[in-house]
Ligand binder design. Structure first.
Ligand SMILES: [Zn+2]
Length: 241
């Protein structure tokens, strides 16, 4: 049986994570109803997950009340890299901005996986224990495992599946292609792709101007082709078996 865990549950299992998976979400400024849609699916099926947070929303309270859900930070360094200081004038200010939102965070994954040695040092200084900024896709055929960063209490957790990359790589749709693979299995979803049942990134791109308008957004949901929502539901079925 496959079990889904939160990132911090890893501590309890050491190297015994072959029949475990880790479902993670980068919330990426999704509308509350889009996030709620994912939380409903998780709650209905009693699934544990880790959410990486980009913004203040009342959904954070709902997540914090759930024993199955934990929160990490999802700092966005893209504005800083383009000379826009809305989240801070330096990378440490940007991290502090997100950490203030989720002071309990012990895990971090940057938006667009932006990383550097000084960023890892800054995560470590803030007592972040898990960095999830490495994407090493299933197609690499590399069996993944957690490994120590140079700071002895920061662990790096590469993920082997990410919804947008899954579509971009045109990876096999069968969940068993991933579940049967040995090693650390971290899945990285975005609520918007679960909600839209994205089957092709062009679907998301055409919905970009209406992401906060639920009446408009729901007209963009894919009901014809196998998409990320279908993949997510197949994954959940394997956990619930
Ligand atoms: Zn992101």
């Amino acid at each position: 049986m496959i079990e889904s865990l939160r990132i911090t549950d890893l501590e309890r299992f050491k190297d015994d994570y072959n029949d475990k998976i880790f479902i993670t979400f980068d919330i990426d400024w999704a509308a509350d109803d889009v996030i709620a849609y994912c939380l409903n699916l998780l709650e209905k099926n009693d699934i544990k997950a880790t959410f990486f947070v980009t913004h203040e929303t009342k959904m954070l309270d709902r997540m914090r009340q759930s024993p199955n859900i934990e929160l990490g930070i999802h700092p966005n360094f893209n504005f800083l890299m383009n000379g826009d200081f809305r989240y801070g004038k330096t990378f440490t200010e940007v991290i502090a901005y997100y950490f203030k939102m989720v002071p309990e965070a012990v895990s971090a994954r940057s938006h667009c996986l932006v990383q550097s040695s000084p960023i890892l040092d800054a995560f470590h200084d803030l007592k972040i224990k898990y960095d999830l900024n490495l994407f090493i896709p299933r197609v690499s055929n590399i069996n993944l495992k957690p490994f120590d960063s140079w700071q002895d209490d920061l662990i790096r957790l590469p993920h082997f599946w990410e919804d947008d990359m899954h579509l971009t790589y045109n990876d096999p749709a069968d969940v068993n292609h991933y579940l049967d693979f040995d090693g650390l299995k971290i899945f990285d979803f975005h609520p918007i792709h679960v909600y839209l049942n994205t089957e092709d990134m062009s679907r998301y791109n055409s919905a970009r101007s209406v992401l906060q308008n639920m009446n408009e957004l729901k007209t963009h949901v894919n009901t014809e082709h196998f998409g990320i929502n279908d993949f997510f539901n197949n994954l959940i079925k394997e956990i619930s078996k």
